[in-house]
Design a protein around this ligand. Structure first.
Ligand code: CAO
Length: 415
């Protein structure tokens, strides 16, 4: 069996992170992803955060696997001609330019439909229609505008952004789903459509549980599983909840042996109701199993701080891995705080292809995250990212341009 998206041709007009994460996913599933870049410069991330002089950065290489690269100047007449040929040739155009850029290039939705009525045009923008629709947006702006920052951090501190790229990579994931859905629908309608993912919307979708809590707060004036309950005050909006679990089973991050020197010697501990008895036995608090203040989940809610303090006195006597082993014997949900170093060298992640070593002609071997979505009949092989314009001639030939035309384009720096 071939790859799931074999035969699908993607005109990848994306840059930086949000768009490239989307097209990388499609490439892993077997689509032919043709990355269009500006001659001489390419995607700005090729040169950002470089760890080796004059070599494509990890920022770029880790977001652009399995793609081909063609350079063309979309503002040059010959470059435009190539872009038109690509629009006719491909099934999907994916872009994440600032609002209005594609129109200014002369590739409005109407023009694209004239060229190829089957084409799906998929866009990431910072905001959907509304007061901010013309704004440029980067990751942390989306985290702030989508509700993540106001609900992340501790109550007595400022809003916090998270290291997980929920604005960029999160929106890229949403867009990939929109694209395959539109492709699915095109199979019956025969026509393309536009797919829009606004980063604010994507972040808010991932913060759905906080909008849930906003409404619970407005109805009841308090959130009983939040650390502010019962002694702190609640305002009008969902407060920052520290490390409290977002669900119905209370959890917190607790110190483990070595926390004084190791910043990641911590474990996430969930006091799941069905294993309460086991938790009490493990930490030596058997009296809490039947005690009227602790036996039932609702009775425990006002006492969570005291409960987690007691559990922490136990976790501090174990390393996070020892605690994990013991707790898992009792099905107590918990998770070690793993550093990037630990993840990079975790053998099981290498075995599943989630962490992959890739060889690059200029940088040599480097680690990347492989496709986290595993299809049983269509596994993903991670291939290195293309050098700038590596496939220009090959793609131009596929589009039907002859060698003289290509030479003329080169002379004009159109490609
Ligand atoms: N040939 C010729 N011109 C090209 C080109 C090509 N191959 N590729 C890009 N360009 C030009 C565009 O035409 C545009 O020119 P004009 O402004 O004159 O029309 C110009 O490059 C810059 O495009 P941009 O405004 O998208 O890029 P920027 O670096 O100024 O902004 C970003 C970057 C990410 C803030 C903006 O693209 C954006 O808001 N995108 C949507 C939201 C998004 O995806 N954000 C996440 C990015 S990842 O963190």
């Amino acid at each position: 069996m071939g790859k799931a998206l074999e035969g699908v041709k993607i005109l990848d007009f994306t840059h930086v992170q949000s768009g490239p994460t989307c097209t990388q996913l499609l490439a892993w599933f077997g689509a032919d992803v043709i990355k269009v870049e500006r001659p001489g410069e390419g995607d700005i991330t090729r040169g950002q955060l470089r760890d080796i002089p004059d070599v494509d950065s990890l920022y770029f290489t880790m977001l652009n696997h399995n793609k081909r690269s063609i350079t063309l100047d979309a503002k040059n007449a010959k470059g435009k001609q190539v872009l038109e040929a690509l629009v006719r040739h491909c099934d999907v155009l994916v872009e994440n330019f600032a609002p209005g850029v594609l129109d200014r290039m002369g590739f409005s939705w109407e023009r694209i439909q004239q060229l190829n009525p089957r084409m799906i045009v998929a866009s990431v923008k910072g905001f959907g229609p509304g007061p901010y629709e013309d704004c440029k947006v980067y990751e942390n702006v989306a985290q702030c505008a989508g509700g993540a920052a106001s609900t992340t951090g501790f109550d007595d501190g400022p809003p916090l952004v998270t290291g997980a790229q929920i604005g960029d990579s999160g929106t890229g994931l949403h867009l990939a789903l929109g694209i395959v859905t539109a492709l699915f629908q095109r199979a019956t309608t025969g026509t393309g459509q536009r797919v829009l993912c606004a980063m604010q919307d994507g972040v808010l979708n991932l913060c759905r549980v906080k909008l849930r809590d906003q409404q619970r707060l407005e109805r009841n004036g308090k959130l009983t599983e939040y650390p502010q309950y019962p002694h702190g005050a609640f305002g009008e909006a969902v407060p920052r909840a520290g490390n409290a679990s977002g669900g119905g089973q209370p959890g917190w991050i607790l110190k483990c042996k070595g926390w004084e020197t190791d910043p990641n010697a911590y474990i996430y501990f969930i006091t799941q109701a069905p294993v309460w008895e086991a938790i009490c036995k493990v930490i030596g608090k058997e009296e809490w199993i039947t005690h009227p203040d602790y036996a039932k989940p609702a009775q425990r809610l006002p006492r969570l701080k005291e409960i987690f303090d007691a559990i922490e006195r136990w976790t501090m006597t174990k390393t996070k891995f020892e605690a994990m082993d013991i707790l898992n014997n009792y099905d107590i949900p918990c998770g070690p705080i793993l550093s990037m170093k630990e993840l990079a060298y975790e053998p099981s992640l290498r075995e599943t292809g989630t962490v992959v070593e890739v060889d690059h002609p200029k940088r040599g071997k480097y680690l990347t995250v492989g496709n986290p979505i595993k299809l049983s009949a269509s596994p993903s092989d991670v291939k290195r990212s293309p050098l700038l314009g590596e496939h220009t001639d090959e793609i131009l030939a596929e589009l039907g341009f002859g060698s003289e035309q290509i030479a003329a384009m080169r002379a004009e720096k159109a490609v």
